[in-house]
Design a protein around this ligand. Structure first.
Ligand code: GSH
Length: 207
């Protein structure tokens, strides 16, 4: 089988989730590396735009097949004909609509965190406590509180847990949200943070 290719950076939580998922599915992949979008050179910008009109990472290339958006990519990898999921990875996903909602809330929090990070770094003139940023931070707080109440989240390791750990660690590293007060989320994080797929894909210290 031709190796999968992931276009993406070593810092994006969405790219990390896709890389970790490849490991969980035992699907070999290689990276076509990019960096934070504001620091991409012309070549990286063109390469990304060629594969994704939205100019976002990750993009998965599977031979001639291009797959956009990490949520779609995670589902694609789960059902990949060559996937050999690790024994303790929960492949039964989604269990029900409630689990899709959980994944949507995790995505919503990370999206809001990414927006907050971009505004802080590229548009410092927009205060973090003004206008739409108020709604953005409220979304993160309410999302975290909602996830804290999801008792089944973390019972076993599957797509929501993988994305949750990637998102929580990214938010801590980028200092966009403090989730230390959420006992259940801290417990789920502690349970899975040393999983090899997550260790191997952790954000570089210096990033
Ligand atoms: N819904 C997309 C979000 C991807 C996304 O926002 N990626 C960020 C990096 S963390 C990006 O490429 N941002 C570039 C931009 O917004 O122009 C996914 O899950 O793949």
């Amino acid at each position: 089988m031709e190796k999968l290719k992931i276009i993406g950076s070593l810092t994006s939580p969405f790219v990390r989730a896709v890389r970790a998922m490849c490991e969980e599915m035992q699907l070999p992949y290689e990276m076509a590396l990019t960096v934070f979008f504001a620091k991409q050179d012309t070549q990286q910008k063109e390469m990304l735009a060629t594969h994704n009109p939205l100019m976002r990472v990750p993009v998965l290339l599977d031979g001639q097949t291009e797959v956009l958006d990490s949520r779609i990519i995670l589902g694609y990898l789960l059902r990949h004909p060559q996937a050999r999921p690790l024994e303790d990875f929960r492949t039964h996903f989604p269990k029900d609509i409630a689990e899709e909602n959980t994944l949507s809330v995790i995505y919503g929090i990370i999206d809001a965190g990414v927006l907050s990070f971009i505004i802080r770094n590229l548009h410092a003139e927009v205060g973090q406590d003004s206008g739409y940023m108020i709604q953005t931070h409220q979304r993160i707080r309410q999302g975290l509180a909602w996830l804290e109440g999801q008792a089944t989240l973390g019972e076993s390791f599957g797509i929501p847990e993988l994305l949750l750990v990637a998102g929580l660690e990214w938010m801590a590293k980028r200092e966009v949200a403090d989730w230390g007060g959420y006992a259940h989320l801290c417990a789920v994080h502690a349970r899975y943070t040393e999983r090899p797929s997550l260790v191997h894909t952790r954000m570089p210290e210096t990033a």
